[in-house]
Design a protein around this ligand. Structure first.
Ligand code: NAD
Ligand code: TYD
Length: 377
């Protein structure tokens, strides 16, 4: 059996493929365009593994996608590929429309062509799983109930509008053509292999580099954080047992204000890689030991990463609060996240401290240009 996964050189897709092949031997065809956000280093552990076949292609390229479908006969297509960063969608929305809307449309058409020709049994078993976001639902006031699957779409950014459009297309391809689709709408992910343009990895890496930690506006915007491996397990569960045509919200039950998230990261770094110990160039555990052994300074007087926090101009149209009601997934499919925010963020910080090679490879020229453009030189 085979599955075809798009966008699996990215953050969530990459984690998904690593977890998938750690748990089973079903072959994965990974179709990724390798935009600035795609990084094959994430999948280095799979080099030479015949269960992972990488193809560099655009989801909108019907000829290539149709050829791949005919050749590999996947039992499911999972669509992670997207332009995913809200700030980039504000400075350049065109790519978001192209990939998230037009690309998804073309992918659906390629998949429909393939699925229509399948024998009855394969046709009934086939699934198209579309990975989407809670941002399609819009923004919440402090006391509004969390987003349920029936909440009306009210997207506010070019990114969320393009994802909402793709969700509508997926829905329509089910209702009109009968394509067996599943959609997941998840909250903010974090964890290993996260590209450092997003809040959590950006803050970890800026902190370690002695750079400002940019907080948009008052830092009281709320996101509902989901550890990426929990998201991957939810997707596996929905693929396995989800009801065709249904959408499932995936969340971590971890609503946090941005400033609290940044404080937590600073405190973990103060513990695992205290300022001043970094120059010693040793691992995080050793750093803590060295700092205890050599430091005569009382803990309270040590410098803290919190001092690098810098308030910057707010994002235009910044959504105030997202919160996911994930009870449907728990009730109907028995899925619950395994990590709390506290356990997941510690794992994440530790991962960035011990995977500096991955970090230095992704922080290329293109990445530095984005930082200059977004935050000023
Ligand atoms: P990402 O930006 O890290 O990765 C996207 C991947 O898609 C990259 O590897 C990129 O090269 C590839 N890609 C982009 N355009 C493509 C195209 N036209 N054809 C083929 N490949 C293309 O994104 P991510 O954070 O891994 O997000 C994956 C999915 O999950 C997206 O659909 C996103 O909207 C959704 N999502 C993400 C989050 C989050 O917190 N990261 C939250 C909710 C939903
Ligand atoms: P982000 O990681 O870009 O995800 P999203 O916009 O999809 O929620 O941002 C998470 C939150 O952090 C969001 O409210 C914007 C805020 N933020 C900052 O305050 N500073 C930053 O430098 C970045 C990138 C984000």
């Amino acid at each position: 059996m085979t599955i075809l996964v798009t966008g699996a050189a990215g953050f969530i897709g990459g984690n998904f493929v690593l977890d998938w092949l750690a748990g089973c031997d079903e072959v994965v065809i990974n179709v990724d365009k390798l935009t600035y956000a795609g990084n094959l280093d994430t999948l280095k552990a799979l080099e030479g593994d015949t269960r992972h076949i990488f193809v560099r292609a655009d989801i909108g390229d019907r000829e290539i996608i149709s050829k791949l479908l005919a050749e590999y006969q996947p039992r499911a297509v999972l669509n992670f590929a997207a332009e995913s960063h809200v700030d980039r969608s504000i400075t350049g929305p065109g790519e978001f429309i192209q990939t998230n809307v037009v690309g998804t449309f073309n992918l659906l058409e390629s998949v429909r062509g393939y699925w229509t020709e399948l024998a009855a049994e394969q046709k009934a078993a086939f699934r198209f799983l579309h990975v989407s976001t809670d941002e399609v639902y819009g923004t919440l006031a402090a006391d509004d109930p969390a987003f349920s699957e029936t909440k009306a779409f009210e997207p506010n950014s070019p990114y969320s509008a393009s994802k909402a459009a793709s969700d509508h297309l997926v829905r329509a391809w089910h209702h009109t053509y009968g394509l067996p689709v599943l959609t997941t709408n998840c909250s903010n992910n974090y964890g290993p292999y996260h590209f450092p343009e997003k809040l959590i990895p950006l803050v970890i890496l800026n902190a370690l580099a002695g750079k400002p930690l940019p907080i948009y506006g008052d830092g009281q915007q709320i996101r509902d954080w989901l550890y990426v491996k929990d998201h991957c397990s939810a997707i596996r569960r929905v693929l396995e047992a989800g009801q065709v045509g249904e959408t499932y919200n995936v969340g971590g039950w971890n609503e946090k204000a941005n400033l609290d998230v940044v404080h937590t990261i600073c405190d973990l770094l103060d513990e695992l890689a205290p300022i001043g110990s970094r120059e010693l160039g040793v691992g995080s555990e050793e750093r803590a030991v060295v700092s205890q052994q050599t430091g005569t300074t009382p803990q309270s007087l040590l410098p803290t990463y919190r001092s690098q926090i810098t308030y910057v101009t707010d994002r235009p149209g910044h959504d105030r609060r997202y919160a996911i009601d994930a009870r449907k997934l728990e009730r109907e499919l028995g899925w619950k996240p395994a990590e709390t925010f506290e356990s997941g963020i510690r794992k994440t910080v530790e991962w960035y401290l011990t995977n500096q090679d991955w970090v230095s490879n992704v922080t290329s020229g293109a990445y530095r240009e984005w930082l200059d453009q977004q935050y000023g030189k």
